[in-house]
Design a protein around this ligand. Sequence first.
Ligand SMILES: *Cc1c(COP(=O)(O)O)cnc(C)c1O
Length: 385
Amino acid sequence: MTETPSQGFATRAVHAGQEPDASTGSIIPPIHQTSTFVQDGVGGLRGGYEYGRSGNPTRAALEVQVAALEQGDDAIAFASGLAAEDALLRAVLQPGDRVVLGDDAYGGTYRLLTRIHEPLGVRLDTVDLTDPAAVEAAFAQPVRILWVETPTNPLMKVVDIAALAAAGHEHGALVVVDNTFASPALQQPLRLGADVVVHSATKYLGGHSDVLGGVLVMNDEGLAERVRFLQFAAGAVLAPFEAWLLTRGIKTLELRMRRHTESATAIAGQLAAHPAVERVYYPGLSDHPGHEIALKQMSGAGGMLSVALAGGERAARTLAEGTRIFALAESLGGVESLIGYPSLMTHASVRGTPLAVPENVVRLSIGIEDLADLQEDLADALGRV
Ligand SMILES: *Cc1c(COP(=O)(O)O)cnc(C)c1O
């Protein structure tokens, strides 16, 4: 594991990998919008780059930045979060290997495993990773990958990363944590013992809903080399402009996560007190079952929360379709607030599976708008359910 760096998180977010351009002094590193790199004689590379699929300086700048934030040795940037996940699964799994996935995981991860990797001979079990007995039982058979999400999507379960990493390693599993919901500003899984961190950079890392991207971060040189080769051979690289947008977004990550958390905390309290609401899922609330673990492993509970409506599916859909500032859309983690109805939107692919989301649940991604406006919008929409 890498040492704790001497610079603070926000300083690293602004400066890691972001040196001014040596040839012009441009304080912002340029976008190297190029497919290839000229050679001085055959094989005479000027900066180590030869072709955009094998490497690009803008992508490399992003990789250095994200590695510094997660405190990993290597970061590898992909065209999307799922492209990153797929490369990792292909680099690690052989036919017959078993994956254990949390039972409230991102629907796309479940679809990737069941529709693409199970037909290749991989076995999958979904387990409630907040239940130590269920975790112990899952290790009765060999586990190649233990895939952890925390907080989970959309029910905001919090799982103990350090405990699961220890259990996973005791049983020879590679422990992967999808850190999309927390972002490294709030939680750094490699420091808690995880082997690999996965990001959908599309969400909080980018932060502005204008780019798709994915990143893997790890401290295992051999694994990083296999993943890089797979990316080079199969081609799911992040484009230079997308990489540049991500480096730009990440510079304000720490500020944004503080605001997201502050507003989400206030809104969680507002919703918990509303008669139309049956339950609020937010790890920052002291009655949330994962609150103690969240306090231990996160520096803030983040900007995502879900609510179960007392009036069932109809009430949930009325709320999801009834806000003015909160936009009805998939995705999360941007500066603008979003509202979603998971069972027919983000989690439509897991309807009827063990990962199905209750039909009275609405998910909120709290943006950075004025809190009073967001609260008024929700109060108005809730008044109509
Ligand atoms: C969005 C998301 C992904 C997939 O990322 P894409 O960039 O959409 O491919 C994976 N995990 C979580 C938790 C997500 O929210």
